[in-house]
Each structure stands twice: as structure tokens, then as C-alpha cells.
Design a protein around this ligand. Structure first.
Ligand code: CA
Length: 527
């Protein structure tokens, strides 16, 4: 009762009356239209970035390539540039070099699991809006193709003269109409699911109850989940490159993806189109089995760590391929992970210094590495704690392609164009808030260095943040942490330290208000 009253007082005092979609008075962000996430105005850096881009186009006569590396389930703390690397038995010199010679973002945010992040990045919209709130599993009754009516990033770029390609893991639907080459990518070469889902069919040691029991195995196979490396083209061409029939097939999967991207970069560089490549690794998602070449390659000699070294080496190879093709200075490169480490599979999992893990909206679940590199365009050696949501890659990529007017106006877009944050020499983030949803539940928000939770995920057994955890309401007060003082979210300060922090609830309400005009989509996943 008291809490409800408190919230209603906050709302009344902080929201601008008469406007359903207004930000609270706490916010530096300014709304330019009711369907776009308000952004912090930064006109000077916008001007600097626009001049840099105009110079680039005058110099090269073209639009830039965009290459996004998505590593599966890598932790914020795995990379040397983020304090891991050699210190934890798996050096990452290639990514560290991109960070040192580019912009290292310390507050990049993903969604809480694989599918939502990939859907958000490719639509610029929160999963709760598109309905892609969790992975689609065998047996799910998907009532609506979530991609129907969505305007994807590769579609906009493809319509704007780009060649668009997804190499690697998709995980946002494998039936016709939902495949990468159905939703806007010109080309797909990769896998539909996470590597554990392939490997469990063959790993006698870990999944003997399934693999060694013929009846269970046959019934599992009869579900008919895809078990191939697939090649697809926008014209509908879909071919099986290879059927996965052993652990080794999957262990060598990322090597095949690396070879493909390297080969295609060489070919695409000879063409006249700029390209957009999403290279989505299968590793380092459990279950990690070392490829022959990288077995024991890490100082730790442990399969997860060998996988980190393998992924890092492939990023180095692909960046070198860009350089050799004469495209390095024409390409924005972004390196990230799609969610925090999956501690449920520990010790086959990554490292985060933060609380929580994949499957939660604690920092450990959603805060991921984010490295932006563009030779000659991003000043080397930059580090920023400005907020960056992976959805911002949607708006930023569209802007770089010159396609701003293609961003739909009939739905809410949560991404923000962060071109000037990345390109201006002293660029600052234009994002004021990161909203954190756990499926259909709005659980937390970051604003500046503050984090507020209205629901919290608590594990019932150490590390089991997905398989044995509960989602709890907070009591009288939302849990509020100052992440600069308490990065591990261990001792909520609530309203005791700073009354301003207690007011963050108003910002959450302002976010919820955006759903009045733009209701969430239900595709049958429990939205
Ligand atoms: Ca993932």
C-alpha cells in the first residue's frame, strides 16, 4: 500500500502531465518523436561525426562495411582488455589489440539470453515488443511468425545497396520464413541452434542417458530439430553443407565459419557493394570441445579457455583478411557477446566480475564486452563507460548506410543512433537508460551509474541462475545500487544515500508508458 503510494507520488511529481510517453524530469534525454527512444542531444559531436563520414565518402566514394562479431555466452571478464585474458589462463591478444586501437566500451548491454539479443540487434526493438522473448524450443506453438511485419537491419541495409551476410549461429527460428535468408540477409552460412544442442546427441560421457538409450535417442531424433551446417540465399536456395554426426563436426564448426568469412571477404572486396557481415560464433557456448588445432592452446589447457583462444585467433584472422583485401579502413568492426556467462554449465563457462550470470538481469547477465574499431575513423586508445545497448547497432548501422528514413515509424524503436559516440574523438553516449527485461517481465534499469531492480532473480543453488532460480518481487523499496561504488550489486543503497536514486522508479514508469500506444506482440512464447 505504502509502496504503491510512494510510486504514485513519484509518478505525479516527475512525469510531465498530459503526455503518456514523456521521460521523467530526471532524464537528460529528449524525445524527438513518440516512437523513438529519447536520446541525449549532443549536437557538437554529431557535427564532428558527420564531417568525418562526409570526408570518408569523399575519399572512398562509398559507404562503409560493417562487421559485427557476436561471441556466444562470453563473459565481460574473459578478455584481457577487460581484466581477464592471461590473468585467467586464456590470452586474447587479437581482441585486446582492437580495444587498444579503438574504443573500449565498459558498459555495453545485451539481453539476458541468446535469442532475445539477436532479435533485438536485428530489429532495434526490445524482445518484449517483437515477442521474441526467449529461445524458440521444439514443441513451442509459435502462433505468429515474429519476423512477419518486422523490418530487419539486414533488410534495410540490403535495400540500401549492401551485401548482407550472416555467418554462424542464428537461433531466431529455423522454419521457412524465419531463417536468416528469409528475413533480409542475402546469404546465410551457419547453424540454427546453440552448439550444446548438437553435441548432446553424441556425447556419451555427459549425456549417456540419452546417447546410449536407443529408445530415448530415437524419440529425441524424431523431434526433427535441424542438425546441419546450412547455406542459404535470399532467393530461397537452401542447401545442407554438412550434417553434424559427431562431436568433432561441432568442435571444428567455428573453424569452418572462419574459413567461410575469410573467403567471402576476399570475394566481396572485389565487388562494388559495401558489405554487412554478422559473424556469430558457436563458441564459447557450452559444450565446448576443442578443435584439433586449439587443443591445449590456452595456458589453462581447459576446453572453455581453449575456445576463448580459438575465437580470439579467428577474429585476428578475419581482421587480417579485411586488411589484405584493402578493406580495413573501410570497415566498422564491433566485437561483443550476446549475454553474460552461462554459469549453470560451470566450469564450462565464462567469467564475469559482476553478480549473476546469463539468464538474469543482474549485471553479470547482461553487461558484455563491447569493442568498436575502425582504422582511421575511431581514435585509438579510447575507453568509455557511456551506456551502449546492442540494439544501438541497429540505428547506428542504418545511419552509416544512409538509411535513416527506412526506420519504421509505425512502431516503437528502442535503439539509438550512436554514430557520434563511436566516431567523435571525445564522443559521449547518447543513451540515458538501459531497460532490462526478463522475458515478459520488466525487472531492472540502469541510468547513469545507478541500477534499479523491481524484481530480482535469486539462485537456489550456487551458479544455477537458470536451472534453479526464482524471480522475486522486492519488498517496500526497489533495490537500487550505485554501480561505481558497488559494481557487484551487493548492498542496495535505496533512498538512504541519495534521494535522487530513489526517484529512478519514475523512469521505469515512463518506459512502461511507451507500451500503451505500442503494445507488445504475442507470438505464442508467453508474452
Ligand atoms: Ca548466448
Amino acid at each position: 500500500m505504502f509502496r504503491a503510494m510512494l510510486w504514485s507520488i513519484l509518478l505525479t511529481s516527475l512525469l510531465v502531465p498530459g503526455s503518456a510517453l514523456a521521460q521523467s524530469k530526471l532524464s537528460r534525454a529528449v524525445a524527438t518523436s513518440d516512437h523513438m527512444q529519447p536520446a541525449i542531444p549532443r549536437p557538437e559531436q554529431d557535427g564532428e561525426a558527420a564531417r568525418k563520414l562526409a570526408d570518408f565518402e569523399a575519399r572512398t566514394g562509398r559507404k562503409p562495411n560493417i562487421l559485427i562479431f557476436i561471441i556466444d555466452d562470453m563473459g565481460w571478464g574473459d578478455l584481457g582488455a577487460y581484466g581477464g585474458g592471461e590473468a585467467i589462463g586464456a590470452a586474447t591478444p587479437n581482441i585486446d589489440q582492437l580495444a587498444a586501437e579503438g574504443l573500449k566500451l565498459t558498459s555495453t548491454y545485451a539481453q539476458y539470453t541468446c535469442t532475445p539479443t539477436r532479435a533485438a540487434l536485428n530489429t532495434g526493438r526490445l524482445p518484449v515488443r517483437t515477442g521474441l522473448i526467449r529461445p524458440i524450443l521444439a514443441g513451442d506453438n509459435v502462433t505468429v511468425n515474429p519476423w512477419e511485419g518486422e523490418v530487419s537491419l539486414p533488410k534495410i541495409l540490403s535495400d540500401h545497396g549492401y551485401y548482407t551476410m550472416l555467418v554462424g549461429k542464428w537461433h531466431v527460428g529455423e522454419i521457412e520464413g524465419m531463417r536468416p535468408h528469409d528475413i533480409g540477409f542475402d546469404e546465410f552460412y551457419g547453424y540454427y541452434r546453440a552448439q550444446k544442442e548438437y553435441i548432446q546427441r553424441f556425447d556419451e560421457h555427459r549425456y549417456g542417458d540419452l546417447v546410449l538409450d536407443k529408445d530415448k535417442r530415437d524419440r529425441y531424433d524424431s523431434i526433427g530439430a535441424d542438425d546441419t551446417l546450412t547455406y542459404g540465399l535470399k532467393d530461397g536456395t537452401t542447401q545442407v553443407v554438412e550434417k553434424i554426426i559427431s562431436i568433432k563436426d561441432m568442435a571444428e564448426g567455428d573453424g569452418k565459419l572462419r574459413d567461410y568469412t575469410v573467403k567471402r571477404i576476399g570475394e566481396l572486396a572485389k565487388g562494388d557493394k559495401p558489405f554487412f557481415i554478422e559473424h556469430a560464433f558457436m563458441k564459447v557456448h557450452a559444450d565446448d570441445w576443442p578443435s584439433e588445432k586449439f587443443k591445449g592452446a590456452s595456458a589453462s589447457k581447459y576446453p572453455y579457455k581453449d575456445a576463448v583462444v580459438e575465437v580470439d585467433a579467428y577474429i585476428g584472422d578475419i581482421v587480417r583478411a579485411l586488411d589484405e583485401a584493402g578493406e580495413l579502413e573501410n570497415t566498422l568492426i564491433f566485437v561483443t557477446s550476446d549475454n553474460g556467462p552461462q554459469l549453470d554449465s560451470w566450469p564450462d563457462s565464462g567469467y564475469t566480475p559482476f553478480r549473476g550470470a546469463k539468464g538474469t538481469t543482474w549485471e553479470g547477465g547482461v553487461r558484455v564486452p563491447g569493442v568498436a574499431y575502425w582504422k582511421g575513423m575511431i581514435k585509438p586508445g579510447r575507453v568509455s563507460d557511456g551506456l551502449f545497448d546492442l540494439m544501438d547497432l541497429f540505428n547506428t548501422s542504418v545511419h552509416l548506410a544512409g538509411g535513416d528514413e527506412e526506420i519504421p515509424t509505425d512502431r516503437y524503436i528502442d535503439g539509438i543512433d550512436q554514430t557520434s559516440f563511436l566516431l567523435a574523438d571525445d564522443g559521449q553516449s547518447k543513451r540515458e537508460n538501459v531497460y532490462m527485461w526478463l522475458g515478459a517481465q520488466f525487472t531492472a534499469m540502469r541510468m547513469r551509474e545507478y541500477k534499479i531492480h523491481t524484481k530480482v532473480i535469486m539462485p537456489d543453488a550456487s551458479n544455477l541462475w537458470i536451472d534453479q532460480a526464482t524471480l522475486n518481487d522486492v519488498a517496500l523499496a526497489p533495490w537500487v545500487f550505485n554501480l561505481y561504488v558497488d559494481p557487484r550489486e551487493q548492498y542496495a543503497v535505496g533512498h538512504r544515500m541519495n534521494a535522487w536514486q530513489a526517484s529512478l522508479g519514475a523512469e521505469m514508469k515512463a518506459h512502461v508508458a511507451t507500451f500503451r500506444k505500442y503494445p507488445p506482440k504475442d507470438i505464442g512464447l508467453g508474452n
